[in-house]
Design a protein around this ligand. Structure first.
Ligand SMILES: [Zn+2]
Length: 380
């Protein structure tokens, strides 16, 4: 792995898509643009974002997930047996219609415009999930590359809708077997392609810990799961560990957060990492990428000898955190972590859903610049 400075700066995932990328994405979905035409527009957007990160001083770059509609739905374009369904379409097929409608009402999202990847047949990689994105990024940046992928638990929960999936995979554990296989195939190719850091997004873990009544879930498709949260967390740990088993020569991370679909913090989940700690400690990954800029994340703590991807700016606010504020968060983390295990990043992505980013690019850029300035000050 490339040697990194202290307090390496990186981003967590999504970046607000430029207007032309959003427009191209809309037209591509409607069949008005070919894949190649869409890629030409997206390539320009990604190349610009890579240049911006280098100029800002990011030590590890990402492609900002600019090609993705959201952080997990894109798998529908890549996997056999998976298709995108809007929440309105799902309402037609789920049996518990009243429960599903209640859920939609509590979410501060334009629910009918958000799509989820739903499994309806045996899943297999028709094409790689992110290998092409890494190849493009490598051709346009010499910095180490981080690639983000939906984690195996998130994917299984999101894709399993018993009315659609049950005939193929009787239980969600059955589907999980194939999800693990698909992600391991991807990881093998990503490693060969030179991705230095692979981050699995598992935001739904916080829902298990902080929303036991399941009324506020943001993984809308996940109504299927009514099991004991501890059992679900154990399943999540075992799936992640099976995916990463044997890939010791890359940096592997898991990102969890308490929701990033709305700027209304009161609709997002809240609670410290403490109830999750026993599970997070069991994960065989190098780094946990965690929120700490938002007060909803609670106290700082360590998780065995893992690195911390420390969230130091809130992607959902307009105020740019000062270098002093960021430095103070880092100093607090240094009470629990040696300096060479602390990476700096925003709490989460800036554009979880392409049609509803939580911030504009100018603010996102100013926040990332503040993180890089803080890193420079801390190093000196
Ligand atoms: Zn997040």
């Amino acid at each position: 792995m490339t040697a990194l400075p202290l307090f390496p700066v990186t981003s967590v995932g999504s970046w607000p898509r430029p207007a032309e990328v959003r427009e191209a994405q809309r037209r591509f979905r409607r069949g008005q643009l070919s894949r190649a035409e869409f890629d030409r527009v997206a390539d320009r957007g990604v190349a610009d974002f890579l240049r911006l990160q280098e100029e800002i001083g990011c030590d590890i770059v990402t492609d900002g997930e600019l090609r993705r509609d959201n952080f997990y739905s894109f798998v529908a374009d890549k996997l056999d047996g998976v298709k995108l369904m809007t929440l309105a379409e799902m309402l037609d097929v789920v049996e518990d219609k009243a429960g599903f409608e209640r859920l939609l009402q509590t979410l501060d999202v334009p629910a009918y415009s958000i799509s989820s990847p739903i499994c309806y047949g045996p899943i297999a990689r028709r094409e790689p999930l992110a290998v092409d994105d890494v190849r493009f990024a490598r051709a346009h940046s010499s910095r180490p590359i981080k690639v983000t992928l939906p984690g195996p638990y998130l994917l299984t929960r999101a894709m399993y809708v018993s009315e659609m999936t049950g005939p193929v995979y009787p239980t969600k554990e059955d589907l999980a077997e194939d999800v693990v296989r698909v992600l391991r195939e991807e990881l093998t190719e990503l490693a060969a392609e030179g991705a230095e850091f692979v981050q699995f997004d598992e935001p739904v873990l916080t829902e298990l810990a902080f929303a036991p009544d399941r009324t506020r879930t943001f993984m809308c498709a996940a109504l299927a799961s009514r099991k004991d949260p501890a059992e679900e967390l154990e399943l999540a740990v075992s799936l992640i560990n099976r995916v990463v088993n044997g890939f010791d020569n890359r940096r592997l991370g898991v990102h969890i957060c308490r929701g990033n679909w709305s700027r209304d913090e009161s609709t997002l989940l809240s609670g410290s990492y403490r109830p999750l700690a026993p599970y997070l400690e069991q994960l065989n990954v190098d780094q946990l990428v965690l929120e700490y800029a938002t007060e909803r994340a609670g106290d700082m703590m360590s998780f065995g000898d893992k690195e911390l991807g420390l969230g130091v700016v809130n992607p959902r606010t307009d105020t740019i955190e000062s270098v002093d504020t960021i430095t103070a968060v880092v100093q607090n983390a240094l009470r629990f972590y040696p300096a060479d295990r602390v990476f700096l990043n925003p709490d989460c992505g800036f554009g979880t859903f392409s049609n509803r980013p939580v911030n504009v690019a100018a603010v996102a850029e100013a926040k990332l610049r503040a993180v890089a300035s803080a890193a420079r000050r801390l190093r000196s």
